[in-house]
Design a protein around this ligand. Structure first.
Ligand SMILES: *Cc1c(COP(=O)(O)O)cnc(C)c1O
Length: 470
């Protein structure tokens, strides 16, 4: 362990350095008592009188309609729906973690875990310091960009534009906009990568703060010119932001810090177990190089010498997710993490080679943890949506569809390292059966799904005017 880092967390009496971690709460004791005694309840709740067994049956029956990683393959591209080892859950539920309040003094162990996880993430990514506060990947992006903005403001340099390649994740331009940047989009070249000449030209603008790069990009491809990209941006006075939400394939193999990146976020919910889909709690820690460390979030920013961007989340962030990531990293160790990344890449390429025989694969090269098919050449004018719905009939979850937007009718497939060969083969055989059906019996696909609790929904209507009761 790095001694100087521990100093940051523990002061001389081995107590929490409260400036870093503990926010001051403004709740009066009296209000707290009123909240506990339901003083604010205006009328009694009317709860139905139902026998326990009926409630249990109701929820058990509902749970049987669920589908999750524990039920079968979940090849949802960009979400890394890997199996979450049950030991993670056990550890996260230990009372000393789950029943402690951040304002309690006896939380040194919790802070030690934060400290250790930060150092592990530094080692994995090649960065110098981390904040674990951000509650999601997109929240990490916003945090990282606010750091970038503050850095230039602090230096008195006006830079209010940022380059976001077309192959970046959709949250990138949204976060950049929220942080107050205007966005310059770079089109993807014929190999699915950032065109260096266009990047050079765009960087000449002068007021460009830097680049936000998703790598592997949303086509599942590694940017082969990544070092040139960071060099071009640095030569022109910009900073490089790495969207590391999909760090899974790179684990133990290469590090964004060594490629020249200044800021990175990682998604603990994805790369470090805790599946992503469904919008549950997440954590998007942000790592920076030494020069940017003073700008990292802090709880207490009253000291006006501080350069910090301030507090961006209450207390320690989504602590339960930090525990799971810490458990996962420690269970796998250095070699285990590397192997996880390698098998994720192997599994994706296995599926890619099998499926490109029938389905259209626009970028024909080795992919990282995922690859993207398109709906081009599907028999009988069938669409990606039709195929996805028919996959449900075969009892598994479909891939991510219609993302990335740069490819018409995209189907983004990410098996993850936790699928076995037989599970991958089963997926291939379902996809082949569906392709066969597409040729011989397209009607059954157009009207799918047939075996699910509800049939095909009108997705547009469901989004525009959702019915929130039954
Ligand atoms: C998932 C993802 C994000 C956003 O993460 P959230 O936790 O959903 O906010 C950003 N970038 C990439 C590449 C992603 O895959």
């Amino acid at each position: 362990m790095n001694e100087s880092k521990i100093e940051l967390i523990f002061d001389k009496r081995n107590k929490v350095n409260s400036n870093n971690y503990i926010p001051k709460l403004d709740i009066e004791q009296k209000d707290l008592a009123d909240i506990i005694n339901n003083k604010f309840l205006r009328k009694e709740l009317s709860l139905p009188d139902i026998p326990e067994v009926e409630i249990i049956r109701h929820y058990t029956n509902l749970s049987h309609k669920n589908y999750g990683v524990d039920t079968g393959i979940y090849p949802l591209g960009s979400c890394t729906m890997k199996y979450n080892p049950k030991i993670n859950e056990l550890i996260a539920r230990l009372e000393n973690f789950s029943k402690i309040h951040p304002l309690q003094e006896e939380n040194q162990g919790c802070i030690e875990l934060i400290n250790e996880l930060s150092m592990q993430l530094q080692e994995i990514t090649g960065m110098d310091a981390f904040t674990l506060q951000p509650a999601a990947g997109a929240h990490g992006e916003l945090t990282g960009l606010l750091i970038m903005k503050k850095y230039f403001e602090d230096k008195g340099i006006k830079k209010d534009k940022i380059i976001v390649p077309e192959s970046a994740h959709g949250t990138n331009p949204a976060s950049a906009k929220m942080a107050g940047f205007s966005i310059i989009v770079l089109e993807t070249d014929k190999d699915g990568e950032v065109p260096l000449e266009h990047l050079k030209f765009a960087m000449k603008g002068g007021d460009i703060a830097g680049i936000m790069l998703t790598n592997p990009n949303t086509l599942g491809l590694f940017e082969r010119n990544i070092k040139e990209i960071t060099e071009i941006v640095h030569e022109n006075g910009g900073l490089c932001y790495y969207d590391g939400a999909n760090l899974n394939p790179l684990l133990g193999t290469c590090r964004p810090g060594d490629m020249g990146f200044d800021i990175i976020h990682v998604n603990l919910h994805k790369t470090f177990a805790t599946p992503h889909g469904g919008g549950g709690p997440g954590a998007g820690p942000v790592g920076v190089k030494k020069e940017l460390e003073p700008y990292l979030p802090r709880f207490d920013n009253s000291d006006n010498k501080s350069k910090s961007i301030g507090r961006i989340r209450s207390f320690f962030g989504n602590y339960g997710i930090l525990i799971r990531a810490h458990a996962y990293i420690n269970a796998l160790g250095k070699e285990g993490l590397k192997k996880a990344g390698q098998i994720a890449v192997l599994n994706a390429n296995y599926l890619r080679v099998k499926l490109e025989k029938l389905y259209n694969l626009p970028f024909q090269r080795i992919c990282q943890h995922e690859f993207v098919l398109s709906e081009k050449n599907l028999p009988n004018d069938l669409t990606t949506e039709d195929i996805a719905k028919r996959i449900l009939d075969h009892g598994i979850y479909p891939p991510t569809v219609y993302f990335p937007l740069i490819l018409k009718g995209a189907m983004m497939i990410e098996p993850t390292e936790t699928e076995s060969l037989s599970s991958l083969d089963k997926f291939v055989s379902i996809m082949m059966t569906i392709f066969e059906e597409a040729k011989t019996n397209p009607e059954i696909i157009k009207t799918a799904p047939h075996n699910t609790p509800v049939g095909r929904l009108n997705a547009v209507l469901a989004a525009r005017s959702p019915c929130l009761h039954d």
